[in-house]
Design a protein around this ligand. Structure first.
Ligand code: ADP
Ligand code: MN
Ligand code: MN
Ligand code: MN
Length: 351
């Protein structure tokens, strides 16, 4: 039996980290501690591996080895029964977390007390599909499609582009056991969204699943000749940018009387605008203009059902008197570990 393990990690590219992967074939049989009660592999079965950090902006050539430490196992929908996707943290040769390892930083905040709040995160990952140098649905050369309006949640070959890949990606996410919650066509042609995390999605699970969801999107895009980008403003002018609205709740927000906890949390978030923006993805100034369903990046306002606010309280949350808030500022290219971390830090006073 050979196991095909795709080791996946996040690199050190600036200003926006990218996801990388390489394949390890494991020929050995698992021993007792490498199989759990359900007959599944434990993390123990997948050895620590290394890679050339000088090719990923994570090390200098003279001392280039970085370590890949497996942290979560997923079935691999692209390879079938003997395939696994192995999400890894990047460690230095001495075993300490590498500077680019934002997951380890998030773990620290969780361990410092944030985990007790039982936070859930629901990320709305928007992205844009490209066929060559033009978004899908954009006519060739310098012409533009008809203005925005019909594309959001549209149906029909004249309004929606790339659905084959979107459906294949959604099925793959389900097969991999990701907490995917839904998909929709977005406001600009070629632009789509999938939602990851949500109820039961703690900071690590929701963020891990989002990174794996991104990897699957890129990987399956290869088969379709389509590249997906997380560019926050792929087309300048009167076209919506791509965001990663982040829905967030703590146990207290979800419990009776949670509305007051939500407002208190938003007021804490409002005190730390620069710290939040620093975690919300490169190029936020281009997307958070005050137009196209955004609030300007240097302003802060919140409101019920308000899609021109920085933070929105969904209408159903006001009606129920408890639930969650939506921070609309994160860009599509934000790192979910950093977004979750800054929200937890602000709301739990851990900074
Ligand atoms: P919209 O496009 O209207 O902003 P979406 O349906 O795309 O909303 O995304 C809302 C997300 O919020 C969903 O993915 C859902 O899983 C998530 N969510 C729902 N309840 C909670 C909660 N209590 N805590 C965190 N996220 C939540
Ligand atoms: Mn949405
Ligand atoms: Mn959206
Ligand atoms: Mn939203």
């Amino acid at each position: 039996m050979a196991i095909i393990a795709e080791y996946i990690w996040i690199d050190g590219t600036k200003p926006t980290r990218k996801v990388r992967s390489k394949t390890k074939i494991i020929h050995s049989e698992p021993n007792g501690s490498q199989i759990d009660d359900l007959g599944q592999f434990t993390l123990d079965f997948f050895p620590t591996w290394q890679f050339d950090g000088s090719s990923t902006s994570q090390a200098e050539g003279g001392s280039s080895d970085c370590l890949l430490k497996p942290v979560r196992i997923y079935p691999d929908p692209t390879r079938g029964a003997d395939g696994y996707l192995i999400l890894c943290e990047v460690m230095n040769a001495n075993g300490e977390a590498h500077g680019s390892n934002t997951r380890a930083k998030l773990r620290k905040v969780l361990d410092a007390g944030a985990a007790q709040e039982d936070g859930w995160f629901g990320f709305e990952q928007e992205y844009t599909m490209y066929d060559g140098s033009r978004p899908l649905g954009f006519p060739s050369e310098r012409r533009f499609p008809a203005a925005q309006g019909p594309y959001y949640c549209g149906v029909g070959a004249d309004e929606v582009y790339g659905r084959d890949l979107v459906e294949t990606h959604m099925e793959a996410c389900i097969e991999a056991g990701l907490l995917i919650q839904g998909i929709n066509a977005e406001v600009m042609p070629g632009q789509w969204e999938f939602q990851m995390g949500g109820p039961g999605g703690d900071a690590l699970k929701a963020s891990d699943d989002l990174w794996i969801g991104r990897w699957l999107l890129y990987r399956l895009g290869e088969d379709f000749g389509i590249s997906a980008t997380l560019d926050p403003k792929p087309v300048p002018g009167d076209w919506n940018g791509a965001g990663m609205h982040t829905n967030f709740s703590t146990a207290a927000m979800r419990a009776e009387g949670g509305m007051k906890v939500i407002i208190d949390a938003i007021e804490k978030i409002a005190q730390r605008i620069p710290e939040h923006l620093a975690a919300y993805g490169a190029g936020y100034e281009m997307r958070l203009t005050g137009h196209h369903e955004t609030c300007r990046y240097d302003e802060f306002k919140y409101g019920v059902s308000d899609r021109t606010a920085s933070v929105r309280i969904p209408a159903n949350v006001e009606e129920d008197g408890c639930g969650y808030l939506e921070d609309r500022r994160p860009n599509a290219n934000a790192d979910p570990y950093e977004v979750a971390m800054v929200l937890l830090q602000s709301v739990c006073d851990l900074y």
